[in-house]
Design a protein around this ligand. Structure first.
Ligand code: NAD
Ligand code: DAU
Length: 352
């Protein structure tokens, strides 16, 4: 079996669903069920013996040791993290605890377990660390996209914590020989995306007739990848990635935030027209994010050249599926908009 951390979150749950949709190898899923973790994402696996869910924290070494000894996974795919830049600005502590200390604890537990394996299992074992393009910092307009050799220049508490975790993973390979792989991916979007992030926030606010808050001038650029393409990239790297290597993963799709929001509005105008007028009337420019990175762009040629991976979706096909998914899953949206969600919206947007 494989062990997945953070498998009740956005990308992790898509990965678990995808994995079990493609093969019968069981998944042990450890997730602390923070505000971002949601077992409803995995409801279709409720009676599926291939999915073993453990409500637990990756900073709990004793729990990790016990689970590894009991289930003896052949690989760990590490998604668990605090993932939202704006939350890291309001409260960086949780990011240091989970992203830095949690990754350290998981690496140590993995190292201890790995040493107990026989030679063949030891050679086959993999620790895949799921990271982000934000560790590379911000690009000037027209500068070449991030390659894997770009210097680390993280600018937010979130990206600094992810950069720290990447360095730990690298060091555990270099020093102890732990068979690690790291992926650095751009912005994902798709089903089960928590509506604190740009695309789902715009969809749920538009449908509720609420303002669509665009930070600053809306000309910040991100590269966008449909989440199932990220899942297929991780499967590919896990199967064939070179040990100790890092792989950038991206959609070859740079877009300015304002264009993303306008695209979402246009699709909603088509699929769920509002008698009050086009959804773009709700676009509202608000105070910028402190330290806001201006541009990310991913050069994903290494994973294509070495492993033959390319995204299957274009932005046009992926965003249409995504908007349709949110229209079809009003119950999921209502469930995640709990009191805690409303508190976050007040914290982040009231004073903007
Ligand atoms: P998410 O916030 O939606 O989910 C994170 C999951 O981790 C949640 O289920 C949460 O309950 C769990 N978790 C948090 N702290 C934990 C702890 N201490 N112990 C166990 N579980 C814990 O995040 P996501 O968007 O799915 O991102 C997953 C990973 O991918 C992260 O490592 C993130 O840095 C990385 N990543 C995300 C994106 C993106 O666009 N979302 C892009 C590139 C990389
Ligand atoms: O690049 C990969 C990263 O992408 C991941 O590592 C992070 O986990 C993930 O959250 C995402 O980070 P971003 O900060 O790019 O995503 P977010 O959806 O929060 O914001 C995308 C852009 O939209 C960013 O430039 C800020 C802007 N934005 C965001 C929100 C929530 C707005 O203009 N208004 C908003 O209300």
């Amino acid at each position: 079996m494989i062990l997945v951390t953070g498998g009740a979150g956005f990308i992790g749950s898509n990965f678990v669903l995808d994995w079990l949709g493609q093969c019968d190898e069981p998944v042990l899923n450890i997730d602390a069920l923070t505000y971002a973790g949601n077992l409803a994402n995995l409801a279709s696996l409720q009676d599926d013996a291939r999915h073993v869910f453990v409500h637990g924290d990756i900073t709990d070494r004793a729990l990790l040791d016990r689970l590894l000894a009991e289930h003896r996974p052949r690989a760990i795919v590490h998604f668990a993290a605090e993932s939202h830049v704006d939350r890291s600005i309001h409260g960086p502590g949780a990011f240091m605890k989970t992203n830095v200390d949690g990754t350290f604890t998981l690496l140590e537990a993995a190292r201890g377990f790995w040493h107990t394996l026989g030679q063949a299992d030891k050679a086959a074992f993999r620790f895949l660390h799921v990271s982000t393009d934000e560790v590379y910092g911000s690009l000037a307009p027209g500068a070449p996209a991030f390659t894997e050799d770009h210097p680390y220049e993280p600018n937010s508490p979130y990206s600094a914590s992810k950069a720290a975790s990447d360095h730990l993973v690298r060091a555990w390979h270099h020093t102890y020989g732990l068979p690690v792989l790291t992926t650095n991916c751009s912005n994902n979007y798709g089903p089960y995306h928590f509506p604190e992030k740009l695309i789902p926030l715009m969809i749920v606010n538009a449908l509720a007739g609420k303002p669509l808050p665009v930070y600053g001038d809306g000309q910040q650029i991100r590269d966008w990848l449909y989440v199932r393409d990220h899942c297929s990239a991780i499967r590919t790297v896990l199967a064939r990635g070179r040990l100790g290597q890092t792989y950038n993963v991206g959609g070859w799709n740079e877009m300015a935030n304002l264009d993303i929001v306008r695209t979402v509005c246009g699709l909603l105008d088509e699929l769920r027209p509002d008698p009050a007028g086009p959804y773009s009337r709700l676009i509202t420019f608000v105070a910028d994010r402190p330290g806001h990175d201006r541009r990310y762009a991913i050069d994903a040629r290494r994973i294509e050249r070495e492993l033959g991976w390319r995204p299957a979706e274009t932005f046009a096909t992926g965003i249409r599926k995504t908007v349709q998914w949110y229209l079809d899953h009003a119950d999921w949206v209502a469930q995640v908009q709990s009191g805690a969600y409303r508190e976050w919206v007040a914290t982040n947007y009231a004073a903007r």
